[in-house]
Design a protein around this ligand. Structure first.
Ligand code: ATP
Ligand code: MG
Ligand code: FE
Length: 354
């Protein structure tokens, strides 16, 4: 089964072809991603209208390129999968309509995929991992701890009550005069900084619930930066180091509680695993901290290759391939949804309300 995947929910336009054999082995035949970072950089964040227009301009070409790299034509595609949400509505419309049109013209089954489900199922493509497992999704738009119990069976254990973690990195960078996207800049500066000069808050640390909160941390950075004005390079480096240390410490607390919760829910799973996904998973300090935490608690730590941690269409194609033959295809009346919690799987139809 070969599936064409399309992803346009945020600031990456992406198309991919993924194959899944009868034993459940996955193979990526092509995976094309075009980031719009340069289009949005002057504004310090993603501008929805610019994103939607950029998707329209390049999507056809990217699908052609994905087919070409896989040495296929549309006739060789067995099914089409496109992200239907959550995300920016303009971009979602572009990808979803394109996917439906291709499916209808070629009379192929169509799957409307939840973007978060794409992230959640990626380790089954790269590492052949069995259900259940834990997923920590940390990106620019999401911060969630998800119990992945089975295909279409997801339980959100915790989520951010304010900013996403990537967003906190981006806003902190902006406050300190560092360019967008801020995550890699903060990590670089932190390497040169003294993590002990300042102490920043650890929001929700020690609390029983498994949620996250990062806006207080960002506010503390703003206050600290104001008292230090004008900021020297050393100040910036030290604040970044303090910020990253606070984030690592917070994640450590929140994630270790989630590992315990997993053990309670599934005491008989012999090889428990934590998977990390999202752009923030590129951060080496945070990766190291999660790795240590997993080793100490007897969990396998899985970080898919970076290109599959950030937004891509291979994960959307794979989610479609996992669903094919096991759940019926979706109707071509499926509506895009800017909000779509992962634990609510059914897709409403156009006209049925959002
Ligand atoms: P989504 O819709 O999945 O939330 P997104 O485009 O916002 O999509 P990604 O592309 O997965 O998210 O990741 C981008 C985020 O990752 C940005 O907020 C960026 O700052 C952050 N990031 C990237 N590299 C690093 C790093 N080294 N350290 C911390 N954060 C990072
Ligand atoms: Mg992105
Ligand atoms: Fe994503």
């Amino acid at each position: 089964m070969r599936v064409l995947g399309i992803e346009t929910s945020c600031d990456e336009t992406a198309a991919a072809i993924v194959e899944r054999d009868d034993q459940g082995n996955g193979r990526i035949l092509s995976n094309v991603v075009l980031s719009q970072i340069d289009d949005h950089a002057p504004y310090g964040g993603v501008v929805p209208e610019i994103a939607a227009r950029a998707h329209v301009e390049v999507l056809d070409r990217l699908i052609g390129q994905a087919l070409h790299e896989a040495q296929m034509t549309l006739d060789d595609v067995d099914a089409v999968a496109a992200t239907a949400g959550p995300g920016l509505i303009g971009g979602l419309i572009v990808g979803l309509m394109t996917g439906k049109a291709i499916a209808m013209a070629g009379q192929k089954p169509f799957y409307a995929i939840n973007h978060l489900e794409g992230h959640a199922l990626t380790p089954r493509l790269t590492d052949r991992i069995d259900f259940p497992y834990l997923l920590l999704l940390v990106s620019g738009g999401h911060t969630q701890m998800v119990l992945v119990k089975g295909l279409g069976d997801y339980e959100r254990l915790g989520t951010t009550i304010d900013d996403a973690l990537g967003e906190a990195f981006d806003k902190t960078a902006k406050l300190l005069g560092l360019p967008y996207p801020g995550g890699p800049e903060v990590e670089k500066a932190a390497l040169l900084g003294d993590p002990d000069r300042f102490t920043l808050p650890r929001p929700l640390k020690g609390e029983e619930r498994l949620d996250f909160s990062f806006s207080g941390l960002k506010t503390a950075v703003r206050q600290l930066a104001t008292t230090l004005e004008p900021l020297s390079q050393t100040d910036v480096n030290d604040i970044c180091a303090a910020f990253q240390t606070a984030v690592a410490d917070t994640l450590d607390d929140r994630v270790s509680r989630s590992l315990m919760r997993f053990r309670q829910s599934f005491p008989n799973v012999e090889d428990p695993a934590l998977v990390v996904a999202g752009g923030v998973a590129a951060n080496n300090v945070l990766r190291g901290c999660l790795q240590d935490l997993c080793s100490a608690n007897g969990f396998r730590f899985i970080a898919p290759p970076m290109a599959l941690c950030t937004d891509n269409a291979a994960m959307i194609a794979w989610a479609g391939a996992e669903r094919a033959n096991r759940t019926p295809p979706d109707s071509l009346d499926v509506a895009p949804r800017s909000r779509w919690p992962l634990d609510m799987q059914s897709v409403p139809l156009i006209g049925a309300g959002r």
